[in-house]
Design a protein around this ligand. Structure first.
Ligand code: HEM
Length: 352
């Protein structure tokens, strides 16, 4: 029931947003077409979602009224100081959800007896935004102790980050925090050298479809990468060629300047020409062989995914819609609810 309710709210929200944008264009016939499409999506969306009560939009409205406001304020404050916080928080949420579900386990610190997820290979020094979660948690504990989970803070912060780069949706909440975080389980996070089958499989294991994969990878329109994730495509690629022939030579040249062969672990480069804007340029770039990672470019390795990429490249609003739906889905992977897990007092430590 609750799921159906949030779906409706989210979809109506999108409907309003699309309508506003269409009005700005003042093209009546296009407006009619778009409204018809949106109405179809609305009907499909309301009829296709199962009804079990899991998470709920407005979960904290009676328990901690200021929860979402406090989190948003912390995200905005951090964003003003460092724009990279926004993509950082989105990736943090993704990496949390792919290991043991969206349970805030990525936030737990390593101890003398346990190497935690945040020190697993795909995370380590590449994570951004951890201190934003700490600050939000400290304020939330002062406002309403023991109520708002770290897992929910992450989900809201990811949404608020994307709001700053151009999109909005309602976040169903009510996640509880996990008590286990193991570095070795970060093998569940797909890597930049994955091919399409590997990525599809990895997403399927988390209950996400290949369509979700294509829609979510559009997040790579914002943010940065460490050079070490791209240098394998630039130097000593294979015994036959030093650079990946699937990489646009112009991009390869640019990347080589930013990421020399001896790049240090801290060197980074933006993933896109519009690193702060959630547009669909990521998809158009793939047709120019400008996908940064093998895994990005691999979206053109099947006719189905190529069609979806081509559609998104030319239909930015449709991509934004699908991205939002896929984010809401991703943020519900294996969530703990009800009496499961706990509400951590400090996101870095499991409760005593
Ligand atoms: C097959 C799937 C994926 C692979 C192989 C992949 C790989 C990567 C890699 C290697 C980086 C660079 C990290 C760094 O060096 O700092 C990155 C960054 C990023 N990824 Fe992904 N990713 C995948 C899916 C996703 C998804 C599903 C999302 C969001 C929903 C996402 C959002 C981001 C964002 C926002 C950044 C920029 C982070 C920052 O600027 O700090 N990625 N990704």
């Amino acid at each position: 029931m609750e799921k159906a309710r949030f779906s409706k709210t989210t979809t109506i929200n999108l409907l309003i947003k699309h309508t506003i944008s269409i009005q700005q264009k003042t093209v009546v016939s296009s407006m009619m077409k778009q409204l018809t499409t949106l109405a179809t999506i609305l009907v499909f969306f309301l009829s296709s979602h199962h009804t079990e009560a899991v998470l709920q939009v407005g979960f904290y409205s009676d328990k901690c009224q200021l929860a979402e406001t406090i989190i948003r304020n912390e995200v905005v404050k951090a964003f003003v100081g460092d724009k990279g916080i926004a993509p950082g928080l989105v990736r943090l949420h993704f990496h949390d959800c792919f290991v043991r579900g969206c349970d805030g386990s990525i936030l737990i610190d390593t101890t003398s007896t346990n190497k935690a997820e945040k020190d697993g290979a795909p995370n380590g020094r590449t994570l951004r935004g951890l201190e934003v979660i700490d600050n939000a948690k400290a304020r939330l504990e002062a406002e309403c102790a023991g109520v708002v989970s770290c897992a929910d803070i992450l989900a809201f912060a990811a949404r608020d980050s994307i709001v700053l780069t151009g999109l909005y949706w309602d976040v169903p909440a009510g996640r509880r925090d996990g008590r286990i975080s193991r570095a070795e389980e970060t093998v569940d996070i797909p890597g930049p050298s994955f091919n399409l089958d590997q990525m599809t499989q990895s997403f399927a294991e988390k209950g996400l479809t290949q369509d979700d994969l294509v829609a979510l990878l559009g997040a790579h329109t914002i943010g940065r990468t460490h050079c070490t994730a791209v240098t394998p495509r630039l130097y000593n690629y294979s015994s036959k060629t030093s650079q990946d022939p699937n990489l646009n030579p112009l991009l390869a040249k640019f990347l080589s300047q930013k990421c020399p062969i001896n790049s240090e672990g801290e060197d980074t480069v933006f993933m896109n020409q519009t690193p702060l804007l959630m547009d669909s340029s990521y998809y158009a770039n793939l047709f120019l062989h400008n996908g940064l990672f093998d895994s990005d470019q691999a979206l053109l390795d099947s006719s189905e995914t190529t069609q979806q990429v081509a559609f998104y490249a030319t239909h930015g609003l449709a991509w934004q819609h699908d991205f939002v739906q896929a984010m809401v889905k991703m943020s519900q992977i294996q969530v703990l609810t009800g009496a499961e897990g706990e509400i951590r007092t400090n996101c870095r430590l499991i409760n005593a």
